[in-house]
Ligand binder design. Sequence first.
Ligand SMILES: Nc1ncnc2c1ncn2[C@@H]1O[C@H](COP(=O)(O)OP(=O)(O)O)[C@@H](O)[C@H]1O
Ligand SMILES: [Mg+2]
Length: 379
Amino acid sequence: MTGLPQTNAERIVDLIDAGTACLERNERKQAADRYAEASGILFREAAQEQTATQKLALVKRAQQLLSTVHLLRGEPDHASGVRTSGASQSSGGTGSESEENEQTFETLQSNIKFDDVAGLADVKEALHLRLIYPLRHPEKLSRYGLQSGGGMLLYGPPGTGKTMIAKAVAGELSLPFFAIKPAEILSKFFGESTQKMAALFEHARSFSTGSVIFIDEIDSIGGARGEDGSSEASRRLVTQLLQELDGVQGQDEGLLFLAATNEPWLLDAALLRPGRFDEKCFVGLPDHEARVVLLGLQLKKCWIEENLTTAELAIETEGFSGADLVCLCERAKQIPFRDAVVNGIERPLQRKDFEAAIQIVKPSVTKASLQKYQEYSDG
Ligand SMILES: Nc1ncnc2c1ncn2[C@@H]1O[C@H](COP(=O)(O)OP(=O)(O)O)[C@@H](O)[C@H]1O
Ligand SMILES: [Mg+2]
């Protein structure tokens, strides 16, 4: 302890660590108090944050923590985004503990298709070759002595569509698709997280048609196990995950893995060995053409001025991530909408609205962080 004032970020990390330590001792009430305090700080930080994407990320994190607090305190949680498992057989109960134990894992239903994802042609091609074609053409696969199965890691800056493209895989394949966030497993199932993970894999393997397991934000547990700061619980979960991945390589061909991370360099090297997440795929910022497509999708249903073209807007939004572009469009659309409601002025979306929005919504991915991905990709 240096006695220096703590930053909020440090305070949050400390509180979460303290909460997790309480959980490991099964002190739920104390854990809930720590998480609640961390969540409160996050909400306050979010309120002060200027960048919309950052604000959203902070709010999301704060809500996740709050869901955990509700769970620990046995309170109903209406805002929970947890979809690690679901009561697909129960009748929408209260989520009591005994009920949770009986839950089966819910598959992700997605109607997102590859065409909804702008750009990322290489990523789509890799996903086809590794996941989709092998399932659709098993006879051709074996003719070339190839095997289906194995894992792919999607990595790249936040907001570039990693989660979205994984959901598109679910939307394209008519296979059971299990989406998990390890951090949610850890917080939701406390001491039981390794058993939950094992149960999920067992369940996924039971489909003779094959199935897909998608581990989003894998860095939240996949961090190098030896390092300080990775909690005992998350270390155990990584070890469990490695065992499960190896099991698959040995026996079952039909189970596919997909994982996503913003921080691939944090991952335990063991996760990236052959037979595990051995294929890595960079998901980068949208290029000009992809921005045109994305802006077009965002403005499809909007009343816009005739001479406002997505090609021009795409030029002005170089460096924006997909999520930044969505945010920018929302912001711009709110201006004429507000004019119509408050001032009674009915007009289409105009260039000046974008100019105003672009003053506020800035690209969230820095050049320095892009450089870091480049260095990682170059090995
Ligand atoms: N390539 C893309 N095409 C279409 N929309 C995108 C794309 N990338 C990001 N988005 C938008 O941004 C949102 C956040 O993207 P997400 O997949 O969660 O990013 P990541 O998982 O890489 O952080 C998506 O829901 C979508 O609206
Ligand atoms: Mg994501």
